[in-house]
Design a binder for this molecule. Structure first.
Ligand code: T4K
Length: 369
């Protein structure tokens, strides 16, 4: 029996020959970082592909979050979700901002707009939602609340590469959105990330901030940081952009396979596509109802692991349960019942472009057994 390892994800890799060709160009130019020509080209190509006005490349997906908060001069308290990767809340902490956790909507896993207003205080300056698993937040409702209270909105769109609602990029919502191009993402530049903004002036400011604040050889306009992407990863990213559509199509086939194969398994549920949404199938979370399924989520996770099928419990534990954040008032489990339920029942199945039919059969077989 095939016992080879099936990982939760596998990186989309550019063709090695083509990458070698671009590496040669970089070697010849001797320009290897600091807004080189591949960096400029990738920013333009991404803006076009993602249907957004401006993109600024970063060296990962955490630094654009930290920089967005700096650029918008966010202080005091920020409303956010506990159901995410820990980088979301860490970005607030690094800016000396107090995170205020609000519960999620069980239908999407995203911040519940109905619960945001009750968490607003005179110190609240912004909302930082996450399009978790690439499922779009209710951006309209969130914007209405933000406008009513004069709050900024920064979306952590790390999972939402290419996601559209009725033909419009979800990245155009709010004041800014940030992306992660980490190896584990739908689209990757090995490590990498980006910020999406609406106007040229903001793009300019962000470009200064990611380069120590330099606006010329002798002028520093603000307390910037170094979070630039280098030429090698930009070139890699240019090649990966050419194959990302095929990668998303392959992921969609995986999602369809799982949905069909698991639809009658008692105690296992999953999300369906949202109407009008162009999804990217970045993750395939299932939810295990132990009473109906007969086995706990953790037991299923361990059984799969023992058979070399590596699912992941994204996002367990909740961010609010990590020691750094546990003491916050809003971290009290009674404030976050839905988030706790989701974190305790979720298991992300292997989801990537390179899964074969026999891989998928193995995964499903383990769940059905
Ligand atoms: N906001 C949100 C909502 C995020 O999800 C993330 C990152 C961020 C912000 C921050 O973005 P970055 O600063 O990371 O760009 C991973 C990623 O490191 C992280 O990027 C991601 N979210 C998070 C959800 O997952 P781990 O610790 O689970 O990854 P790891 O190393 O265990 O890899 C998972 C599986 O992927 C491995 O079992 C096999 C496969 N893999 C991984 C790597 C690195 C490969 O096949 N090849 C590889 O090179 O965190």
């Amino acid at each position: 029996m095939d016992n080879s390892m099936i990982t939760v994800t596998s990186p989309l890799l550019p063709d090695l020959e083509e990458f070698h060709g671009l590496l040669k160009e970089i070697w010849n130019s001797k320009w290897i970082t600091n807004n080189g020509s591949f960096h400029q080209q990738l920013e333009k190509e991404l803006a076009e592909y993602l249907k957004v006005p401006y993109v600024s490349l970063f060296t990962n997906g955490t630094l654009p979050l930290i920089t967005a908060l700096q650029a918008l001069r966010i202080t005091g308290e920020v409303i956010t979700t506990p159901y995410s990767f820990v980088a979301t809340t860490h970005a607030l902490w690094w800016n000396g901002i107090k995170p205020v956790f609000v519960d999620i909507d069980m239908r999407t896993g995203n911040l519940d707009p109905d619960k945001i207003e009750a968490a607003i205080t005179p110190k609240t300056t912004a909302i930082m939602p996450v399009h978790v698993y690439g499922k779009p937040c209710d951006t309209k409702r969130i914007q209405e609340i933000a406008d009513r209270y004069g709050l900024k909105v920064i979306y952590d769109a790390a999972h939402a590469f290419g996601v559209e609602v009725n033909g419009e990029s979800v990245l155009n919502a709010g004041d800014m959105s940030t992306l992660s191009f980490h190896a584990t993402k739908v689209y990757n530049t090995i490590e990498g990330g980006a910020m999406v903004m609406r106007d040229e002036k903001t793009k300019q400011r962000i470009d200064y901030l990611k380069n120590f604040g330099f606006a010329g050889e002798t002028t520093v306009v603000g307390p910037g940081i170094n979070s630039k992407m280098d030429e090698i990863r930009a070139a890699y990213g240019i090649l990966n952009l050419r194959q990302v559509d095929a990668c998303i199509a392959a992921r969609q086939r995986v999602a369809n396979y799982y949905r069909e194969a698991l639809k009658d398994v008692e105690g296992i549920s999953f999300f369906m596509d949202m109407p009008g949404v162009k999804h990217n199938y970045s993750y395939f979370p299932i939810f295990v109802d132990e009473k109906k399924y007969g086995v706990s989520r953790d037991d299923l996770y361990s059984r799969m692991k023992a058979a070399n099928v590596l699912g992941r419990r994204y996002f367990y534990p909740l961010i609010s349960d990590f020691s750094t954040y546990r003491g916050l008032e809003s971290s009290d489990p009674s404030n976050l019942p839905n988030a706790h339920h989701m974190a305790n029942t979720v298991l992300c199945l292997p989801m990537h472009h390179a899964l074969s039919n026999s891989d998928l059969e193995r995964v499903v077989d383990l769940i059905k057994r």
